[in-house]
Design a protein around this ligand. Structure first.
Ligand code: FAD
Ligand code: FES
Length: 257
């Protein structure tokens, strides 16, 4: 479908924990089109700075479109200042969505680090209808990067948490949670999103255990439309743009470091 550029009204903008926010906006046209793994490109300023739009995965698309974000730089700090009724200039939905698991898959394991959890809620909203065994392995740096994740639990997702300092859940990395799950090469499918070293650990594990999956990649973006090639990453099939060919790629296709 064609992308929609429109100005929508902010419905709410809430802090979920010390580091993360959730902003919802009223976008009935986007709501009908967006698929798990796609993103929206948001202009956070009203003047010239920051010049480029900022990309955000769609976190949920039910009554409103929601994004989940960390306020860490000029664009996201401006976003955090938005309040109910403010206009929001949005372009989307953009990118290639996640491929959904084939019908022989019985278990889906979502493996996310930090803000990489953002594309997983909308995915679980869709997958819960298929009565699959759904698991989320989440790694955050500290308690400041952990929020209740009630919406996942309401979707029947089993949530396991690791933090670097052990302030919530298991002390360690998200890969320390792999032992919590009984992975099966024939009927488990993995989705992952997060920092590249984390996704590399997931990729190595999946390859070793012959498990298929998809990775949602991130790269700094300008146009968001596949035109500037600024977000290109290397895959086994050559350079691909994260904004147009991705963000979702087959887990065994992306070259991660
Ligand atoms: C497809 C896609 C989906 C994304 N989804 C989300 C999301 O759901 N929630 C969320 O909080 N963030 C998401 N991001 C990252 C988000 O776009 C950046 O955090 C945002 O652009 C930062 O803007 P800023 O002006 O606040 O900070 P900047 O000053 O632009 O950046 C702050 C820091 O973040 C780094 N950074 C900026 N953009 C990216 C990026 N794309 N990937 C990795 N590091 C980056 C910069 O190098 C810098 O260190 C996504 C990025 C992509 C490409
Ligand atoms: S941001 Fe321009 S091609 Fe992806």
């Amino acid at each position: 479908m064609d992308q929609i550029q429109n100005t929508y009204k902010v419905i709410s903008n809430e802090k979920l924990c010390q580091q993360f926010w959730c902003l919802s906006f009223d976008a009935p046209d986007l709501l009908k089109e967006v698929k798990p793994g796609q993103f929206v490109h948001i202009r956070s300023n009203e003047g010239l700075e920051p010049f480029f739009r900022r990309p955000f995965s769609v976190y949920r698309a039910q009554r409103y479109v929601e994004i989940f974000y960390e306020a860490k730089g000029p664009g996201t700090r401006l976003l955090a200042a938005k309040t109910k009724g403010d206009p929001l200039d949005v372009l989307g939905p953009l990118g290639t969505p996640f491929v959904l698991p084939s019908l022989d898959i019985k278990q889906v394991v979502m493996i996310a680090g930090g803000i990489g959890v953002a594309p997983m809620l909308i995915l679980s909203d869709i997958l819960k209808k298929r009565k699959l065994d759904l698991v989320l392995l989440y790694g955050g740096r500290t308690r400041a990067h952990v929020y209740p994740m009630k919406e996942f639990k309401d979707n029947g997702v089993k949530v396991h948490i690791a933090t670097d300092d052990g302030s919530v859940g298991v002390k360690g990395r998200v890969s320390d949670l792999f032992e919590k799950v009984k992975f099966n090469s024939h009927d488990t499918f993995i989705y992952t999103c997060g920092p590249n070293p984390m996704m590399k650990a997931v990729q190595d594990f999946a390859l070793k255990n012959n498990i298929k999956g998809q990775a949602a990649c991130e790269e700094i973006m300008a146009c968001g439309l596949g035109a500037c090639l600024g977000c290109s990453i290397l895959t086994k099939h050559g350079y691909k743009t994260v904004c147009h060919d991705g963000p979702a790629f087959d887990l065994d296709d992306v070259i991660l470091h």
